[in-house]
Ligand binder design. Structure first.
Ligand SMILES: C[S@@+](CC[C@H](N)C(=O)[O-])C[C@H]1O[C@@H](n2cnc3c(N)ncnc32)[C@H](O)[C@@H]1O
Length: 227
C-alpha cells in the first residue's frame, strides 16, 4: 500500500526499473511523454546552462542537448541505476555531466539559466524543491516543472481509472513494474502538486505560467525568476 510520504516510493519504483523505463514510459503514455517533453523543450532557446533534475535515464537530458547544443547540461538523479543508464546512453555527449544527488538537498555550487524537472514534483515538498531551484537559478532564469495530473473531467476520469486498472493487471506479468502500477494512480489522484508549486513559486516572487495538457492528464508550470 502507498505510504503517506511519496518520497518512500522512490526506491520501490526506481531501484529495478531503469532498464525498461524508456519503453514503458513511451507505451504507457501512448507516446504522450514525447509530446509533453516537446512542450518543455519549446521553452528553451538561448540558455547557456541547463540543470535537468530527476534526469532518470536521460530522455529529456538528451533532447535538451540536441535542441541547444552549445549549452552545458547537468543531469541530477537520486537513483544510481537510472543515472548509470543515462551515463551509458549519453557518453558521447561532451557537454552533459551527471551528479548523484537528492534534488531536495541539492548542492551543486553553481547556477543555471534553466532548470527542468519531468515527473519529479509529486515526490517532493514544494517549498523545499522551489527553494533549492532558486539557489541554483540565474536571474531571469526559468524553472520548468512537469508531472502527471488527475483529470478534472468526470468522463475522462472514468477512462483514466479504467486504464490504470488495466495497468494494474499488466503488473502481474511485469514484476519490476507491479508496485508502480499499484501505487502511482493513488499518488496522482491525491497529489495537489500544481496548486502547491504555484503557491510556493508565487511566495518566492516568481512569475508563473501553467499549461494543462492532454485533457488534464499532465501539466507544466514555468516559473521565471524576475531580475
Ligand atoms: C519517472 S522518472 C523520470 C525521469 C526523467 N525525468 C524522464 O522524464 O524521463 C523519475 C525520476 O525521478 C528521480 N527522483 C525522484 N525523486 C528524486 C529526488 N528527490 N531527487 C533526485 N531525483 C529524484 C527518480 O530516481 C527517477 O529517476
Amino acid at each position: 500500500m502507498i505510504k503517506d510520504n511519496p518520497k518512500e516510493l522512490i526506491p520501490k519504483f526506481f531501484n529495478s526499473t531503469a532498464n525498461s523505463y524508456d519503453s514503458i514510459v513511451n507505451w504507457t503514455t501512448f507516446g504522450k511523454d514525447s509530446y509533453w517533453k516537446n512542450k518543455i523543450l519549446e521553452q528553451l532557446s538561448t540558455e547557456k546552462s541547463v540543470l535537468d533534475l530527476a534526469c532518470g535515464t536521460g530522455i529529456l537530458t538528451k533532447q535538451i542537448a540536441e535542441k541547444i547544443p552549445h549549452a552545458k547540461i547537468t543531469g541530477v538523479d537520486v537513483t544510481k541505476n537510472y543515472l548509470e543508464k543515462a551515463k551509458e546512453k549519453l557518453k558521447s555527449y561532451q557537454k552533459i555531466s551527471f551528479v548523484n544527488q537528492d534534488a531536495e538537498n541539492l548542492n551543486l555550487g553553481k547556477k543555471f539559466d534553466c532548470i527542468t524537472a519531468s515527473y519529479l514534483p509529486k515526490y517532493c515538498t514544494p517549498d523545499v524543491l522551489v527553494r533549492k531551484c532558486l539557489e541554483h537559478i540565474n536571474e531571469g532564469g526559468k524553472i520548468i516543472l512537469h508531472d502527471f495530473t488527475y483529470p478534472k473531467n468526470k468522463s475522462i476520469q472514468k477512462f483514466w481509472n479504467f486504464y490504470f486498472k488495466g495497468l494494474y493487471l499488466a503488473g502481474f506479468f511485469m514484476p519490476n513494474w507491479k508496485q508502480v502500477f499499484v501505487d502511482l494512480p493513488h499518488l496522482i489522484r491525491t497529489t495537489n502538486w500544481v496548486k502547491d508549486y504555484e503557491d510556493a513559486m508565487m511566495d518566492y516572487g516568481l512569475k508563473i505560467r501553467t499549461q494543462n495538457l492532454t485533457c488534464g492528464t499532465s501539466s507544466i508550470i514555468v516559473g521565471t525568476k524576475i531580475s
